[in-house]
Design a protein around this ligand. Structure first.
Ligand code: DAH
Length: 353
């Protein structure tokens, strides 16, 4: 093997050892660069006779071309390897199952609240919201339940300290009766009437529902320390118990999609209504048929409460009701434990999507 053949063989072997393009280009310089072996051989030609120059020159040139070819082949091989590595790294297994995107849904009680709002809106009721930390005045006193009134013990109240004034987590949505009515009267009070008297001028009727969270110290299968209520109030000049019966019956039948649902108004007591009634419903058929199920408290708004709204009870009269959307949801979907609604277990909640 002559020196050129050895050179070509070494170049091939060195190129084959390289693993990345940069390494290959460095190795190339050892042979073909300015300081490289091939270049050195060319420089030596100067010492040869013309004859030898020709043949030796041609041989060196051929060796150089062979080395360049080997270099290019190795370049291609390395590029090919790099591409393969990249493709492997990015490989997609199209046989894998797809990734599911979970879709959320409204909470069953939210579905009920939306339904309640839609039905009462269609009957001309506004929807109002109010604070969950409520002053003692709005939660009790303004609702004809002064301090030491025995009815206060019916509510297992959470008291809020350092609120600036005596405050509670509202035990019911009834304080919204006062809040909403006071605003309503303020907006519509005609300037002819002195500000500090009970209003007996003209105004549009008050027709409102107030859904929201309420709180009591209580927890079992049918009670949760946080639960929902929805208040209803209709005040005008000729609003009677007959209107309450009509409106609430219509609501229940629409809500439960049962036109022969039966209602019973059972005499009861609430400080803020007189007379008062508990409202029970009975399904004509289905698993709950034949049982009376309590769904709301109601009554004609007490004159003291009308006064606390800023209205003259000699002219204005109305009715109110307070119902439990949680219970309505349980009845509608056949759920037997209230706590399921608030445990946040997706196995339960996703059934309502
Ligand atoms: N606030 C009452 C409660 O939580 C429910 C209630 C009864 C509301 C009678 C009313 C009503 O508006 O008229 O037990």
């Amino acid at each position: 093997m002559n020196d050129l053949e050895t050179l070509v063989k070494n170049a091939r072997a060195d190129f084959a050892l390289t693993k990345v393009p940069a390494e290959l280009e460095n190795t190339k310089a050892l042979y073909l660069g300015k300081q490289g072996s091939v270049t050195a051989l060319m420089k030596n030609l100067a010492n040869l006779s013309i004859e030898d120059k020709k043949s030796r020159g041609a041989a060196i040139h051929e060796a150089r071309q062979t080395i360049e070819a080997a270099l290019n082949a190795r370049r291609q091989a390395l590029a090919e390897q790099a591409l393969q590595r990249q493709l492997q790294a990015q490989a997609l297994d199209v046989t894998l199952p797809g990734r599911k995107r979970l879709t959320g849904g409204l909470h069953p009680v939210s579905l009920t609240l939306e339904r309640i709002e839609a039905i009462f809106s269609s009957m001309g009721f506004d929807v109002a919201e109010g604070p969950e930390i409520e002053s003692d005045w709005f939660n009790f006193t303004a609702l004809n339940t002064p301090p030491d009134h025995p009815a206060r013990s019916m509510h297992d109240t959470f008291y809020v300290e350092n609120a600036g004034e005596p405050a509670v987590l509202r035990t019911h949505t009834s304080p919204m009766q006062i809040r909403h009515a006071v605003q309503h009267v303020k907006r519509h009070r005609s300037s002819a009437q002195p500000k500090n008297t009970l209003y007996d001028g003209d105004m549009p009727e008050i027709r409102v529902i107030a859904p929201g969270r309420t709180y009591r110290v209580d927890s079992d299968a049918t009670h949760s320390p946080m639960f929902h209520q929805c208040e209803g109030l209709w005040v005008g000049e000729n609003v009677s118990f007959k209107d309450l019966k009509y409106v609430f019956t219509d609501f229940c039948r629409t809500f439960f999609e049962s036109s022969d649902l039966v209602l019973r108004f059972r005499p009861s007591f609430f400080p803020f209504t007189e007379p008062s009634a508990e409202i029970d419903i009975q399904f004509p058929s289905g698993p709950l048929a034949g049982r009376w199920l309590e769904v709301a408290g109601s009554g004609q708004v007490h004159p003291n409460v009308i006064s606390n709204m800023g209205l003259n009870p000699e002219r204005y009269i109305g009715f109110a009701f307070g119902m439990g959307p949680d219970r309505l949801t349980m009845l509608r979907y056949g759920v037997n434990d209230l706590r399921l609604f608030f445990d946040g277990d997706l196995r339960f909640l996703s059934q309502f999507r």
